[in-house]
Design a protein around this ligand. Structure first.
Ligand code: GLU
Ligand code: ZN
Length: 292
């Protein structure tokens, strides 16, 4: 087993855009520079929010950009039995419980679940499953953000399985990072606030804690996050080298001008050999005005 296993874990709710290219490229380079494996996981947990064809399009784009992954793609839609087993175990241990509260019941609590069903011992029928979380401060050392801390109970006891039986991202990501033996997580800073929930679940389930590196977010010139919820441009297949170069610069890597004439694979080889995590801007948002 290599001592570095990284991953890229896209959600097929849209196409790859410049922000997701940054996350993919950073995790790819970090893994390759360490001589590690780079795995791909399709986070297709939520069929209603899935955009038809986007999972295949994401794989196709990664391939076109030269970001070749190791081994078969893991699809979260194939992992329901594993998620279900953990949900059943946590419920049997009294560490998770059924909640029948509606959105309306909770509207007065501003995103923090107040524990209304905590001791009600409701059956799981037509109910969500929440994990019990007491108030606490957890710390981790992000490789570029430095020492981070947070309270996994900031939203109260959080949902691990929804009322419609779909599994929550927080549960699946923790179980799959462990299942795939991930040692290093490199992802966007939009997930920084979720990390303490992940640490909490890792401890509860006695799973190893990977190293974390959260890259800064790209904002549109109008201040909107470049992401799935916003109309961001899909990556053009005919501008691979210019966009990889732009992504490297956004990641703080000082690319010599001559690289503009390099081939895709020469560029990636250069980037692996010269990868410097310490150059990645830690905070502040990168403004990326015009992709084309
Ligand atoms: N699937 C998540 C996303 O696309 C990323 C999950 C992760 O990297 O932990 O935003
Ligand atoms: Zn409830």
């Amino acid at each position: 087993m290599p001592n570095y296993i990284g991953r890229f874990a896209p959600t097929p709710s849209g196409f790859l855009h410049f922000g997701s290219l940054l996350a993919a490229l950073a995790s790819f380079l970090d893994a390759r520079a360490a001589g590690g494996h780079w795995l791909l996981r399709m986070e297709d947990l939520d069929p209603p929010r899935e955009v038809t064809g986007s999972a295949a399009a994401i794989l196709h784009t990664l391939d076109a950009y030269g970001l070749h992954w190791d081994g078969p793609v893991l699809y979260q839609s194939q992992r329901h039995d594993a998620y279900q087993a953990i949900c059943a175990q946590l419920q049997a241990q009294g560490l998770a419980y059924a909640c029948t509260c509606s959105r309306k019941d909770l509207s007065a609590y501003h995103g923090r679940y107040p524990g209304l069903c905590r001791d009600a011992d409701k059956p799981l029928e037509d109910a969500a499953l929440r994990v019990r979380v007491s108030a606490q401060t957890l710390h981790f050392n992000d490789r570029i953000q430095g020492l981070c801390h947070g309270d996994p109970s900031d939203e109260g006891d959080f949902i691990i399985q929804r009322r419609d039986r779909l599994f929550a991202y927080h549960l699946a990501v923790v179980l799959d990072d462990a299942y795939q033996g991930i040692t290093h997580v490199v992802r966007g800073a939009d997930l920084l606030d979720s990390t303490c929930k992940h640490l909490f679940l890792q401890r509860l389930l006695k799973l190893p804690q990977p190293e974390y590196l959260h890259i800064p977010l790209i904002l549109q010139p109008d201040g909107h996050k470049l992401g799935k919820s916003y109309r961001s441009a899909a990556l053009p297949p005919d501008q691979v080298v210019p966009l990889l170069l732009r992504a490297l610069r956004a990641l703080g890597q000082s690319t010599p001008a001559a690289l503009a004439d390099a081939s895709r694979d020469e560029l990636l080889q250069w980037a692996i050999a010269h990868w410097r995590v310490t150059e990645i801007p830690a905070s502040g948002q990168l403004y990326e005005a015009n992709l084309h």
